[in-house]
Write a protein that binds this ligand. Structure first.
Ligand code: SAH
Length: 342
């Protein structure tokens, strides 16, 4: 059956009109689903039984429940294991930053990208998440924490640009002022670099922040840790990035995980500076996080600082990502679609 929480406001109006109900009911129902974030028809107290019955004939809600919640002892981070109707699970994370409460959401169950350092891909790809399943992650986190989410990062498991249509619709609905009204400027989408979709996204001209998982400063090293680099070569990726900046006027973020002895040398930093020279971009340095399947260690603090300084000296803006929730495997690259013993 079709899911009512997959519909944008415009689609909901169409569906309401089709059932012979007046248009204004769409506003009431949208408010219940995306502002009050109910997950059933029965709670819609100002909607008549007759209307509800018509809707129930055609639609149901995407089911999603919190299966498990883990709270970090180191900081305010919470990790949620969320289970969908078909039994598949994803992980979502709540992060409390000074600039706002952030939800890190997953876009796919598993991932087919195969990055060496990332836990999300180790069991392969299962399926795309629907728009409603992405929205529900945020609604569940808000209900549980009793806090309003102001920022969203699409950096959980999955490659969002491989689930393009559902992700774009998610952005549209989460931004709708009749629903959560989360500013697109407070949303970051992270991709490993699916070149054709970077062009497609650029042409939509949305004021989101695009983050590119770069992680290496040359083609050879990138290929060693990211299989997708073989398909979309570095010069083509950077060309797509330039197009993105020209089209949207938005600054890009390049994510660069620092792996000890692999991509953290002076030469790597210098190569990276050359690669990004003159671009409207920030580099986000991320000391790599532990996962059991990969033989990687984060660079030492002194090497990280040295790396950052080289970038700064060459005029490249770089920030260090403060890792939250690492004690509950909630940090970047540690999210999975199965339950591991903690
Ligand atoms: N598929 C998307 C989004 C998910 S990953 C992408 O590739 O960007 C979100 C970020 O976490 C990416 O930058 C990813 O490269 C990074 N990441 C993955 N594994 C990591 C690890 N072990 N340590 C630190 N960051 C990691």
């Amino acid at each position: 059956m079709r899911k009512i929480d997959d519909l944008s406001f415009e689609e909901l109006i169409e569906e309401i009109l089709k059932t012979g109900e007046p248009k204004f009911k769409a506003s009431q129902i949208f408010d219940w689903i995306h502002k009050k974030t109910v997950d059933n028809f029965d709670e819609m107290s100002n909607v008549s039984q007759k209307t509800k019955a018509k809707l129930k004939d055609e639609f149901e809600f995407a089911k999603a429940d919190i299966l498990l919640k883990l709270a970090s002892k180191l900081d305010d981070t919470k990790k949620y294991v969320i289970k969908f109707e078909d039994g598949n699970i994803v992980e979502s994370v709540y992060l409390k930053y000074k600039f706002g409460n952030t939800a890190c959401i997953s876009s796919q169950v598993g991932c087919k990208m195969g990055c060496y350092f990332c836990a999300s891909t180790k069991k392969g790809y299962i399926r795309n998440l629907s728009t409603a399943e992405m929205l529900r992650q945020i609604y569940l986190i808000q209900k549980d924490t009793k806090e309003k989410i102001s920022n969203v990062v699409i950096m959980g498991s999955g490659e969002p640009l491989e689930n393009f249509d559902n992700v774009i619709k998610f952005l549209h609905i989460i931004n709708d002022e009749r629903g959560q009204n989360i500013s697109l400027r407070k949303i970051t989408l992270s991709t490993c670099g699916i070149v054709p979709y970077i062009y497609k996204l650029a042409d939509l001209n949305l004021p989101i922040t695009l983050a590119i998982s770069l992680h290496a400063s040359n083609q050879e090293k990138r290929e060693q840790i990211m299989p997708i680099a073989k398909k979309y070569k570095l010069p083509d990726l950077l060309k797509a990035c330039d197009y993105y900046v020209e089209t949207t006027g938005r600054r890009l973020t390049f994510e660069y995980i620092l792996i000890e002895g692999f991509n953290d040398s002076t030469e790597d930093a210098e190569n990276l500076s050359k690669l990004l020279k003159g671009k409207l971009a920030n580099v986000n340095l991320i000391p790599c996080n532990y996962i059991k399947e990969a033989d990687i260690k984060p660079s030492s603090d002194s090497d990280i600082m040295k790396f950052k300084k080289i970038l700064a000296d060459k005029g490249i803006n770089a920030t260090l990502r403060r890792e939250l929730g690492s004690d509950i495997n909630a940090a970047c690259g540690q999210l999975r679609n199965d339950l591991l013993k903690m």
